[in-house]
Design a protein around this ligand. Structure first.
Ligand SMILES: Cc1cc2nc3c(=O)[nH]c(=O)nc-3n(C[C@H](O)[C@H](O)[C@H](O)COP(=O)(O)OP(=O)(O)OC[C@H]3O[C@@H](n4cnc5c(N)ncnc54)[C@H](O)[C@@H]3O)c2cc1C
Length: 452
């Protein structure tokens, strides 16, 4: 390769890409980062907690079908990732519990992302925004950079020893969602940056990298059905995190999931129900304790029911359970059956009996009127499926000779798959940890030396 060859070309300037590029620049390496949007940062600009499971055993408990090698790498690399953030002078608050089993730090992600970008530029390295990648450059099966299209329409070949795909997943592409997540996923709302549309996936596959398991699922939340999410402030304001303490009924009037184990898991389950929509029902106690309270330490609570109402969501306050029988027909739910199910649930919960589905974490009845009803639908934040990688962020092929690295190619963040399968323990942390792993690989290995 020529004198212009950089150590690392990063495609995608979000959490994974900026972490990798900044780490390489800090280590004295040469790096170019290309970002498709006008500004770097991706979905990470909306996120606030760098967190994961506190031990490999805990991660394996909540995510038994994920790749064990990646699970260990995430947990083992977490403290180093946090130390790296702090080493840049970015505030990382003391640890707090997240989603019951996890632990993490509130971080000013915008400060972190901007600090990474400044560091790259200060070290004389390049960040090219508003720049598309046309294709990867390959030579005898080795990835050696990419042809990129600059904002003025001209093409620039960027030669690199290593190329990192970090475009943030494929949740922004309805066709890919339908193919790899669920046929109904084509129509669900996007709760993330709009630019992550599977570019890393198609570039990687074109170079011989393999896609991992197809039905890995996705991370998302229940949101009020039919409410547009064009304003990113709604991603958090309207997320119905409190579903863990409510009851969710599908259009046939059935409960179908243990709502208490996590709104993000309920979101995946709802996608598989008829019409992928459901009625989320809470009572006055849940309203007091969860709907208008803080979801995670450090984030002030807001009355989400009121916000949903103001945003035009289909919602109602019922003074008694009897009111459910006169639910408007156009909603398309059997109101009387839902009333009966709530009464049955309450009777069983009050007698400490069993409910179907069971409730692992919150067994209390919903019997304090009034009742707060919101129609909910799944919204997607990022996909779990992606390119096969190992702990060093090498993209892997899946030929007849098993998993082998695609020489010169790396993947991290939501472009990489395998870590989670229908379970979740943080999105920023894997992007950080595997972004830093990609940097380590680029600083210490040459593609030819990789082989297994
Ligand atoms: C509202 C919200 C709240 C969240 N809160 C949390 C939280 O508190 N904790 C947590 O752990 N996770 C959270 N997440 C998830 C977290 O943001 C993601 O998991 C994380 O940002 C993934 O990192 P990434 O680098 O893979 O993708 P991103 O950070 O999304 O970066 C991908 C980048 O690639 C760019 N790109 C796309 N295509 C191309 C291309 N062809 N060429 C060049 N660039 C391209 C995109 O524009 C983007 O800048 C949240 C997400 C959202 C939306």
């Amino acid at each position: 390769m020529g004198a212009e060859t950089v150590d690392l070309l990063v495609i995608g300037g979000g959490m994974a890409g900026l972490s990798a590029a900044a780490r390489v620049a800090a280590g004295g390496g040469r790096v170019v980062l290309v970002e498709k949007a006008e500004r770097t940062g991706g979905s990470a600009r909306f996120a606030g907690f760098v967190w994961t499971a506190p031990s490999v055993a805990e991660l394996r408990r909540v995510n038994p079908d994920g790749d064990p090698e990646l699970a260990s790498a995430l947990v083992d690399g977490f403290a180093g990732g946090v130390a790296w953030i702090r080493s840049l002078g970015v505030d990382c608050r003391p640890p707090v519990p997240v989603l019951g089993f996890g632990r993490g730090h509130q971080v000013d992600t915008n400060h972190y992302l901007d600090t990474c970008e400044r560091l790259i530029r200060d070290r004389g390295q390049e960040v090219l925004t508003h720049t598309r990648t046309r294709s990867l450059v390959t030579e005898n099966g080795v990835v050696k950079g990419a042809d990129c299209v600059l904002p003025d329409g001209s093409t620039r070949r960027i030669e690199a020893t290593w190329t990192l795909l970090a475009t943030g997943g494929f949740q922004g592409d309805p066709g890919l969602r339908a193919e790899y997540v669920h046929p109904r996923a084509a129509d669900i709302a996007l709760r993330a940056n709009p630019h992550s549309r599977g570019d890393g996936l198609s570039l990687g596959r074109g170079a011989g990298a393999a896609f991992g398991k197809k039905d890995a699922g996705f991370y998302g939340h229940l949101m009020p059905a039919g409410v547009p999410l064009a304003d990113p402030a709604r991603f958090v304001d309207l997320a119905l995190y409190y579903s863990e303490h409510a009851l969710l009924f599908d259009t046939t009037g059935e409960r179908f999931v243990d709502e208490t184990v996590g709104d993000h898991l309920t979101t995946m389950a709802l996608l598989e129900r008829p019409q992928a929509r459901g009625l989320l029902i809470a009572d006055a106690r849940v309203h007091r304790e969860w709907i208008s309270a803080s979801y995670v330490a450090g984030i002030p609570g807001v009355d989400k029911f009121q916000l949903c109402h103001r945003a035009g969501a289909r919602c109602a306050v019922a003074d008694t359970l009897e009111d459910f029988a006169s639910m408007p027909e156009e909603w398309g739910y059997p109101g009387a059956a839902i009333r009966d199910r709530i009464e049955e649930f309450n009777a069983a919960a009050a007698a400490h009996g069993t409910t179907t589905p069971g409730r692992l974490l919150d067994h209390r009845p919903l019997d304090e009127p009034p009742f707060y009803v919101v129609e909910a639908a799944p919204a997607i934040t990022f996909t779990f499926g992606g390119l096969l990688v190992d702990a060093g962020a090498h993209a892997l092929s899946a030929g007849s000779d098993g998993r082998a690295p695609v020489p010169g190619l790396l993947a991290a963040g939501a472009d990489a798959g395998g870590l989670y399968r229908r379970a979740y323990a943080g999105g920023l942390a894997p992007a950080l940890v595997f972004g830093l792993a990609a940097a380590r690989t680029a600083l210490t290995e040459t593609p030819a030396a990789v082989g297994r």
